[in-house]
Design a protein around this ligand. Structure first.
Ligand code: NDP
Length: 471
């Protein structure tokens, strides 16, 4: 349905059980579940249905990651007897196919929502106070028993940097029509590393400027060191303990000045220095909706904000910025308010992955956190070359770490770097959530030959804390 047709007819709708603002992962799920419980539901979205994850985040990123790995497969194939004359990568063709897929997904989301009975307003929405929302597209005032804010987050623009206007954010990268030959990336979190890695694997020269000594602050220390080494081997140049001082336009590109005065000439600068909740112009003050020190909407365990009847889920709320959490919270909110009582939404372990190549997967306590919290800890580490890389001649090693409670043998954390680490950590997440012990892994028969078999064959601890050697 075209955009004008999606706009609401001002005269036909006045009152709803639920108005959801924002059609990203959390908002879409909440609207669909509420409508399936019979709630009259309006979903207002000023941009495209699907939000960050579908339109300018997880989905296009993963498609680009797949593309970036195909060149490696060609190269690795030589060691397995394949030969070919030439290979050519066409950024425009890839981005065209990605755009088509995003449009398909967007339509699928819209169809699912409409089938569930959700009405969609292609409009920005603002709070006017308790139980009232205004649609900017036609000025219509809507009354709602419940309002859910699910407007997500946006990249930090940080306009204090001289030349910030020449820099791209992750949102812009997914709109690029050509691939820059030389790229500087500021930041060393999920987004910076995923973009840096896919670009280098697609042939760009990539420099990552990171203000700490290592990437991925907050992750297990061994993961930080190992992944940085692997990505250096992949061709990313890391400039650590530096930041970006300014960017200027020069003939043929951009000149990025670093904090030590050094200059790097590039074709594009990507800034990936965090994301901020999307709360501007929502009317939070008018509606007495409180925010925390990061500007996120403060909600309790039932997603209730400081204003009665106004709730928030996803990246706009004081939550971890991950799609599965937004979906889970959107579902839990709708179930609690319109379904048969609260749906359990205990936030236990949060497995996550960084889609670099090699991938990183992590769940549970890092080694340092586990030692701080439990005192007695055993750490099992395996570093090994994959069978595939022997014939392909590709450098780099897999890194697997298990963090185990020194007393009862509970698995406290798992931290992996290697092919399909994201898939492996999802499954290890199940085991750890279910309370698995190291002995359960030991008792599990290996599947051979696989990378994952290393997880069930680690016999001797690499390090022990708070335990006698005889233990
Ligand atoms: P992150 O918080 O992960 O990383 C931000 C990076 O920017 C850090 O390296 C940080 O450095 C650096 N930084 C922040 N401020 C400055 C500054 N003023 N100068 C220089 N460097 C700075 O944010 P992202 O934007 O990468 O991702 C946002 C969130 O989105 C993530 O936390 C994650 O939850 C989610 N996400 C998840 C993905 C996944 O699951 N695969 C993929 C993409 C995003 P320092 O560490 O020193 O503070």
């Amino acid at each position: 349905m075209s955009t004008p047709e999606r706009k609401l007819n001002a005269s036909c709708i006045k009152s709803y059980d639920l108005v959801v603002i924002g059609a990203g992962s959390g908002g879409v799920r909440a609207a669909r579940i509420a409508a399936s419980h019979g709630a009259t539901t309006l979903l207002a979205e000023e941009s495209r249905i699907g939000g960050t994850c579908v339109i300018r985040g997880c989905v296009p990123k993963k498609l680009l990651v797949y593309a970036s790995r195909m060149g490696m497969e060609f190269e690795d194939g030589r060691g397995f007897g394949w030969s070919f004359q030439e290979r050519e990568f066409n950024w425009g063709a890839l981005m065209g196919n990605v755009a088509n897929e995003l449009t398909r997904l967007e339509r699928a989301y819209e169809t699912t929502l409409r089938s569930a009975g959700v009405q969609i307003a292609n409009s920005r929405a603002e709070l006017l106070g308790a139980g009232r929302v205004k649609l900017s597209a036609n000025g219509q005032i809507i009354s709602a028993k419940h309002i859910l804010i699910a407007t997500g987050a946006r990249p930090v623009a940080d306009e204090s940097l001289p030349g910030w206007e020449f820099c791209a954010t992750s949102d812009d990268v997914f709109e690029w029509t050509t691939q820059p030959r030389r790229v500087l990336v500021q930041g060393a979190g999920y987004i910076a590393l995923e973009l840096a890695c896919l670009l280098v694997r697609l042939g760009s020269e990539v420099t990552v400027v990171c203000r700490s000594s290592h990437i991925l602050r907050g992750f297990d220390e061994d993961l930080r060191v190992c992944l940085q080494a692997e990505l250096s081997t992949a061709g990313i140049q890391f400039v650590t303990q530096q930041t970006l001082a300014g960017v200027t336009h020069v003939t043929g590109g951009l000149s990025a000045e670093l904090s030590d005065g050094h200059r790097v000439e590039v074709d594009a600068v990507i800034r990936a220095v965090g994301r901020r909740p999307n709360v501007q112009g929502l009317g939070l003050e008018v509606a007495s909706v409180g925010t925390d020190e990061r500007g996120a909407i403060a909600v309790d365990e039932m997603f209730q904000s400081t204003a009665p009847g106004i709730y928030a889920v996803g990246d706009v709320a004081n939550s971890i910025h991950l799609t599965p959490l937004a979906i889970r919270d959107g579902h839990a909110f709708a179930q609690a308010v319109f379904g048969a009582g609260p749906r359990p939404s205990r936030l236990g372990l949060v497995p996550s992955a960084v889609f670099t190549t090699p991938e990183l997967g992590t769940v549970g306590f890092s080694e340092a956190e586990a030692v701080r919290q439990f005192g007695t800890v055993e750490v099992f580490i395996a570093r090994f070359r994959s069978m595939k890389s022997v014939l392909s001649g590709r450098a780099g090693k897999c890194f697997f770490k298990l963090v185990v409670h020194g007393g009862d043998g509970r698995l406290l954390g798992a931290h992996l770097i290697g092919p399909e680490a994201a898939e492996m950590i999802q499954l290890l997440g199940i085991a750890i959530t279910a309370g698995a012990r190291k002995a359960d892994l030991d008792a599990t028969l290996a599947v051979h030959p696989t990378l994952a078999e290393e997880l069930v064959t680690m016999r001797s601890p690499t390090r022990r804390y708070g335990m006698s050697e005889a233990a």
